[in-house]
Design a protein around this ligand. Structure first.
Ligand SMILES: [Zn+2]
Length: 318
């Protein structure tokens, strides 16, 4: 009780609540150089999914991304607008065997090639839209690179995130009428980046608080989320990505530090920006998950306590 003043983190709760909202998922797809047709496809996909529950830890972002890619593939030639594509047509395009990767992958790849969004092996970075597509259709979930580095047997492919999303979308679209869709309004999210300038930027894990630095070891002064990418920049202007820096986590951290919505664009200032590491849930509160920041009301549960609880269960005491 005497530590009441220590728990003064007024913006923590709103940030946690909005960590999975539809507008944040949209901002992760709406990068600053996004083609207009992609922006309208994302907004139309959001309109279709507006009544879907956007729950903590859910995979609704995969559904938004899959539907937006399909709408883009069906309208990139300009003959139709995304809102002209009937719901029944979307449903039929998604329906298919559940034990196979979705057939829409080929169609999306063709659309990205035709609009200059495909991957060029001679370039350092893939176009953002290709990156979005490649993440959701990947059957390796980032496991391929580390296995090659370790020179061990490559992992077997597993179902892509898109395969699961297609299954859920097929069910969702069964209950969605064109009329209902026309009446819905998507959140207004601009295509653009969110930049935070801060005196101190740290990456938070359960047991470490590490200052974010550039590869030359200068402290990062700026971080920026732009669609699927997140970058850091030091005072010398070195710009790079970092494996623990994720755009969704960065946006939630920015909301916590400055009070803006996680889906916001523009440039904001903070004194001390703490970004939860990419492999932890994005809604995590640094003050709860980190051993050094943890408040007394969130005590560290040691192994002894867990063993004691298990023992009591086994003994039938509980
Ligand atoms: Zn530097």
């Amino acid at each position: 009780m005497q530590d009441e003043g220590m728990s003064d983190v007024p913006t923590a709760e709103p940030a946690a609540q909005s960590a999975y909202d539809l507008d944040l998922e949209m901002s992760l797809l709406l990068f600053s150089s996004a083609p207009d047709r992609w922006v309208t496809a994302v907004h139309e996909a959001a309109r279709i999914l507006i009544n879907r529950p956007w729950v903590r830890g859910g995979r609704a972002g995969d559904e938004l991304c899959t539907l937006a890619l399909l709408l883009f593939a069906r309208t990139y030639t300009g003959e139709r607008q995304p809102h002209d594509v009937p719901t029944a047509e979307l449903h039929d395009a998604l329906a298919g065997p559940a034990d196979r990767e979705p057939q829409i992958i080929d169609e999306i790849e063709l659309a990205l090639n035709a609009t200059g969004q495909s991957y060029d092996p001679t370039s350092l970075y893939a176009p953002p839209l290709w990156r979005i597509f490649n993440t959701i259709r990947s059957q390796y979930g980032g496991r391929l690179g580390s296995s090659l580095a370790d020179d061990i047997e490559p992992p077997a492919p597993s179902p892509s995130p898109m395969r699961g999303a297609v299954q859920r979308l097929t069910e969702l679209l069964t209950g969605c009428s064109d009329q209902e869709r026309r009446q819905a309004t998507a959140p207004e999210v601009q295509a653009g980046s969110l930049t935070i300038e801060a005196d101190r930027i740290r990456i938070v894990t359960a047991n470490s608080l590490v200052r974010l630095c550039c590869p030359d070891d200068h402290p990062a002064r700026v971080v920026r989320a732009d669609g699927p990418s997140a970058i850091r920049e030091c005072a010398q202007g070195h710009v790079s990505e970092h494996w623990q820096l994720d755009p969704a986590h960065l946006r939630v951290a920015a909301a916590r530090a400055t009070g803006v919505r996680p889906s916001s664009q523009g440039v904001h200032q903070a004194q001390d920006l703490m970004i939860v590491a990419a492999d932890m849930p994005r809604h995590s509160d640094p003050n709860e998950i980190n051993a050094f920041l943890r408040q007394p009301e969130y005590p560290i549960v040691g192994r002894d306590d867990i063993i004691e609880q298990v023992r009591r269960k086994v003994d039938g005491a509980d």
